[in-house]
Structure formats: C-alpha cells, structure tokens
Design a binder for this molecule. Sequence first.
Ligand code: AMP
Ligand code: ZN
Length: 117
Amino acid sequence: MDCLFCKIASGSIPVKRVYEDEHVIAFPDIHPQAPTHILLIPKRHFGSLAQTSVEDAGLLGHLLAAAAEVARQQQVAPGDGGGGYRLVVNTGEDGGQTVEHLHVHLLGGRHMGWPPG
Ligand code: AMP
Ligand code: ZN
C-alpha cells in the first residue's frame, strides 16, 4: 500500500523509533510544533480514527496507553519531571489531517493554548 506511515511501520522508510511494541511505534514528527512532538501510529493501517469502530477499542486503548508511556519517557508527564502534554488526533479535512494513517500527536515541553487553531 502506498502509505507513508505504513512504510515507516515496515521499516522501508527509517525513523528514530523512540518507542515500539507489538502494535505501535513512536517517532519524532519531522516538523515539530513543540519542544517534544512525537507521533504514535498503529502498525496496522487505519486511514483515520473515522475508520475505526468499537471493535478496535483494544488497539485504540493500547495506542493511548503507549502515548502515556512515551510521555513519561520523554519527561513531559506531570509528576515525572514535566508539566503536562496534549494528545491530538486530527481526523479528516476539517480536522487538519494530512497523512491518511491513524496517528496520535504527543505534544509537550511548552504550555498549550486553548482553543486550538
Ligand atoms: P496530520 O497533519 O495530523 O495528518 O499529521 C501528520 C504529521 O506527520 C505532520 O505533523 C507531519 O509533520 C508529520 N510527518 C510527515 N512526514 C513525516 C515523516 N517522514 N517523518 C515524521 N513525521 C512526518
Ligand atoms: Zn498506512
């Protein structure tokens, strides 16, 4: 499949893997929007969160738990030397999604404004 993040997951495009397990890999965003900006992706292809269902709850929960793990590893988790972080799942055109493989942005290392742009 001609999918950038599937190529990253398979290793055909190399990235610095800051976390990996059976289901998920995490690597730095190429255009960081915060001092810490990591992407977490499932190894399995989903075009977006909109293409998941409650049957995928296990994997989606795993993705969130992995994000919390990476936040601790990157020292942005509150109580672990950091001040907190934000997870973002841009979904579809209005959501600002540009890569059509489900991913979670982990942003930290600065204060996040609200509402987001
Ligand atoms: P989104 O706009 O939510 O779809 O996020 C896609 C993200 O992927 C953007 O923040 C890009 O900077 C990032 N990105 C695109 N290509 C790469 C790459 N080769 N390695 C790491 N991050 C990438
Ligand atoms: Zn993919």
